[in-house]
Every structure is written in structure tokens, then in C-alpha cells.
Design a protein around this ligand. Structure first.
Ligand code: SAH
Length: 354
């Protein structure tokens, strides 16, 4: 038995041909899997009975089960999913009042990057997710939508470093944007990276027009290496060059994320240095006030400091937005729920969905 969501379209078409079936069945089955999540192969009523039976013999669709489901007052919902091998990953559905429904997904169990303020990497990397598992996160979140809602955006900002698991991520995103998949526009997909120059270039060369967000968090190498240890290897210069290359190749403006940690990287001199670094680039800075994590020594900056930081960038001609925090009450920052679960194995399931 194989995870159906792990199959590439070409592999599924070969499988269909081997079983004497026309290729258009791929669209039919894909439509059921994506638009009626939860329906087993046996109930795909416009698919011939013999084919349904064959599919059910060879494939399974669901590989993960929901072990916790939290809903926040702002409409965000977070799932803690257990993989077949007993690991835990998180994904979040974000709702806004303009009708956007955004899936925030993970690409790895844990993370090897070691950013000092992030819960995902505190215990290191366990393993990469498969393409099927990554896509399944989207389906699990899609199941939470009401009949009038549809998934409109994807942000790859959950646990893990997406560019360290790039091929599997691209396979999952390919299905998400395809006609037999979720039909989400590639322009509404954002990949957030810690900044791996080789990975950014590889993505640029793939000819996909996903939106790239680079987690900068500091305006110089000395400070950045303290906050984002993997910076020692890459270095800001190489990261910015790779991001410039991404812009040249795709024409898509790059976003720079900047988590504000009180008194660490949120001072006016940091804002001025950041403006110098990015001046002349077609860039957007997204300021993210630190989302507190139990046991870590960092603090959320004061609102006035956040505003001042933004004002300094703005007056230097750098485009800037402040990310409003969503899902605070559901521990929405990456990796928090998984950590809580590993420390309290009897974490209550607020709402079981499977
Ligand atoms: N590995 C990718 C995806 C990480 S999550 C990356 O580094 O970009 C997406 C964003 O959330 C990153 O910018 C990350 O630095 C940030 N983040 C992680 N923990 C956070 C926290 N506790 N508060 C605020 N932002 C956080």
C-alpha cells in the first residue's frame, strides 16, 4: 500500500495505463481526493467500480491523524497531526475578514536551523516530511472549511526549513496548484526560508513563480549569526545576492521577515542599518513582533518600538508592514504545540476531527 498523495501525476497516469484505464481518470480521482476530502475510493461514484476497488487495494489517502485541534477567537484553527511513524507536526488555517483562507504548513519534523527564538528547532531535526504528508496537511486543513469557503493561499511557514526539503515541497505545491489538485494560484503561495543561498537559486531556476520570503532578523552578520546560527555558513551577502537573483529570474518582489526581539534587534540603530542594507532593492520588510515561547529568554517589543522601527524604514523609502499576531491563544508560532505535546503527553484533544 502506498500513500496516494505521494504519487506524481505522471506516476499515477502510468499506473492507470497499466490497469487499462484512460488518463482522464486522473482528473476524476484527483477531483474527489481534493474536493471531497474524507471520501474513500470506494465512494467515488463516477469512477468505475473495478477501478475503485483496485485503487483501494493499492493506495491509502490519509496517513496522519489529528491529535489536537485548537480554535482561536480570530477564526484561526491549528491542528497537531500524528504521522504514521508517531511523529508530530503542526499546520494552521488562518481566516481573514476579506475571505482569504490561508493554510500554513510544515515541511519537516523539527528543524536543523537552530534559530534561538523559534520553538521548532529547539530539539533539532527529526526527519523530512514526504510530499504526500505535506499535501495531506492542505487536505486536513481544507476539511475544516465551511461549504462557502475555499483555500486561497498557502504559506510555507510552519515547522522546518522548506529549502532543506525542496523537491518534496515542490512536488506537493505542484499538486496544490494543478487542475486535478487544489487549483491555488502559484502567485498565492509563499515560501519562507531562513536563507539558504543555493536553495534560493535552485528555486529561482525552476521557473515557478512562488513568492519568496527570507527570514533576515538582523542587519549585520555579527548579530544575525547570534540569532540565526546557520548564518555563520551562509552570510548575509550571499543570501541577499541569491534573493536578488530570485527577483531577476521571477520578477517577484522578495519579502524580508524580521522578528523583533525586545532589546536584541529592535533598536533604532538596527532599523537604520536594515534600511541601508536594503536600499535600492525592490523589497518589502515584514516586521513580526516576537511571539513568546515558554522557557526562552526573549521578550516581545513594546508597541511604540515596533512603530518606531517601521517609521525609520518607511522614511528611508523601504516598504514595510507589521504582521498582526494571529492565533496567539492556540500557540500558533511554529513548533509550540508539538513541544507542549512532547512535554505533556496527555494533552487534551479539544476537538477530534478524524
Ligand atoms: N524556516 C523558515 C520557516 C520558519 S517559520 C524560515 O526560517 O523562514 C516562519 C517565520 O516565523 C520565520 O520568519 C521565523 O523566523 C518566524 N518565527 C519563528 N518563531 C517565531 C516566534 N516565536 N515569534 C515570531 N516569529 C517567529
Amino acid at each position: 500500500m502506498k500513500h496516494f498523495l505521494d504519487l506524481r501525476l505522471s506516476e499515477f497516469k502510468e499506473w492507470l495505463t497499466r490497469h487499462g484505464q484512460p488518463c482522464f481518470r486522473a482528473d476524476q480521482v484527483g477531483h474527489w481526493v481534493c474536493n471531497a476530502p474524507g471520501v474513500p475510493f470506494e465512494q467515488m461514484s463516477d469512477v468505475p467500480k473495478a477501478l475503485r476497488t483496485r485503487l483501494a487495494e493499492d493506495f491509502f489517502i490519509w496517513s496522519m491523524r489529528t491529535v489536537a485541534h485548537r480554535t482561536s477567537a480570530d477564526g484561526s484553527e491549528k491542528l497537531l497531526l500524528q504521522t504514521a511513524d508517531g511523529e508530530h507536526i503542526e499546520c494552521v488555517l488562518l481566516r481573514d475578514d476579506k475571505g482569504s483562507r490561508t493554510a500554513c504548513i510544515s515541511t519537516q519534523v523539527g528543524c536543523a536551523m537552530g534559530c534561538v527564538f523559534c520553538a521548532s528547532g529547539l530539539d533539532g531535526l527529526v526527519r523530512n516530511l514526504t510530499a504526500g504528508e505535506i499535501f495531506e496537511e492542505l487536505l486536513q486543513l481544507r476539511r475544516l472549511l465551511g461549504p462557502e469557503e475555499r483555500l486561497s493561499h498557502i504559506v510555507v511557514m510552519g515547522m522546518g526549513e522548506p529549502l532543506a526539503n525542496l523537491e518534496r515541497l515542490l512536488q506537493a505545491l505542484n499538486r496544490a496548484t494543478r487542475r486535478d489538485g487544489l487549483r491555488i494560484s502559484a502567485r498565492r503561495v509563499t515560501i519562507s526560508t531562513v536563507g539558504l543561498p543555493a536553495g534560493i537559486r535552485r528555486l529561482a531556476d525552476r521557473g515557478v513563480s512562488y513568492h519568496l520570503a527570507v527570514s533576515l532578523h538582523a542587519p549585520d552578520d555579527e548579530l544575525r549569526s547570534r540569532i540565526v546560527p546557520m548564518n555563520e555558513k551562509a552570510g548575509l551577502g550571499a543570501i541577499l545576492e541569491a534573493a536578488d537573483y530570485y527577483f531577476e529570474k521571477t520578477g517577484r518582489r522578495v519579502t524580508y521577515e524580521y522578528v523583533l526581539l525586545a532589546d536584541v534587534n529592535d533598536r533604532p540603530n538596527h532599523a537604520a542599518a536594515l534600511a541601508d542594507l536594503l536600499r535600492g532593492r525592490n523589497a518589502l520588510v515584514n516586521l513580526i513582533p516576537f511571539n513568546p515561547i515558554q522557557g526562552l529568554p526573549y521578550r516581545t517589543p513594546h508597541r511604540d518600538d515596533v512603530r518606531q522601527f517601521a517609521a525609520i524604514l518607511d522614511s528611508a523609502g523601504i516598504q514595510v508592514t507589521i504582521r498582526h499576531r494571529k492565533g496567539d491563544t492556540i500557540d500558533a508560532a511554529c513548533g509550540q504545540l508539538r513541544r507542549i505535546r512532547s512535554q505533556t503527553p496527555n494533552l487534551p484533544v479539544v476537538q477530534e476531527t478524524t
